[in-house]
Write a protein that binds this ligand. Sequence first.
Ligand SMILES: [Zn+2]
Length: 437
Amino acid sequence: MGRAHSELAELVAIRSVADPRQFPPEECARAAEWVRDRFAELGFVDLELAETADGSRAVIGARPAADPDAPTVLLYAHYDVQPPLDDQAWRTPPFELTEAGGRWYGRGAADCKGNILMHLTALRALGAEAPVNLKLVVEGSEEQGTGGLEDYVPRHADQLRADAILVCDTGNAAVGIPAATVSLRGLANVVVTVEALASEVHSGMYGGPAPDALAALIAMLATLRDAAGNTTIPGLDNTQRWTGVDYPEEMFRADATALDGVSLLGDGSVADLLWARPAVTVLGIDCPPVVGSAAAIQPRAAARLNLRVPPGMDAGRAQDALVAHLEAAAPWGVRVSVEREAAGEPFLAEQGGPAYTAMAAALEEAYGRPMTTLGQGGSIPLCNVLADTYPGAEIILIGVEEPRALIHAPNESVDPTEIASMAIAEALFLRSYAKAR
Ligand SMILES: [Zn+2]
């Protein structure tokens, strides 16, 4: 762990934000070379900095096992990081790994450089004895959402093909409580536009009988939830239950910054609402802002809606249901048009295969308590690409980004005991998986 600390400090000091408008691209190049060199020391060959469609470079390599029939495990992480955001809000310098209260602070300390150290530490613990073929991909633009690796994978399917894929960019339920993330919601956005008049008219001279586009839009949006806050779109089941570990309400209230006295929404647990059910959010409304608004009735109004789609639901069909609901909810014969944005499917990990079983046992041995399962309310598009490209592969989402890591926020940190325990679990997994299979 001494070496893990000094290496994580080196890696965090590289300001690898993959946005040339904010940080020089040389920083990402240095991070990629750093990762390549560390895995080269561990016997990885054919290492390359593969250019992807968005211009970022993914570190790709392999370490064949002595037995050519051994199964193949692909290790994933990313070396780019979120920008520090508000420098004033950081209590320690964001690009200087700093110990405080037993945690190591710095941008990327957990997401995802801590997971790179987890891989390195696991492989060092194993030495040369890993009885599996190893492949590696550490991408360089995950945080930008520009899809470089998502584009690369299907076009280089053989290079990264594996029986088990460890997507190490999530975390445990809490420090010391091992968990695999098994479910990710997809999304389906739409922009709905309502038109009712040919032009703005005075609210005194016409208000009352004149059809008001903004009032129509508000009425339509109000039908998307019931009084308890459940998302109510006909055809979209809003009663599913989450069967893994729950997300404690008090922790969620704090994480979501809910104000005292304000209720959480929906009939169900936090985990039901967040991981197992659809949720609709109004992202924006086109209407006059308060300052500068006139005494006029709006002829036209529009809203952009975000629908989160849980596993078990088809994102395209969920989008159809949302469009049909909006059209049916429009009052007074107003004209409604709906523009669809690209939909993304939800993801549900296959559980119960040999890799999953071996990982559950490895986590239990490393932590002394059984593995549980978590969901994630957002999406990781790469998981769908991997699932589509390698339908037979088991995809396991784990890592050191537990809730206190505050990834993407100021004062991101990692608990070093999580790096140690997760590295032990990964090493145990790599040793046992070949036999389990
Ligand atoms: Zn990440």
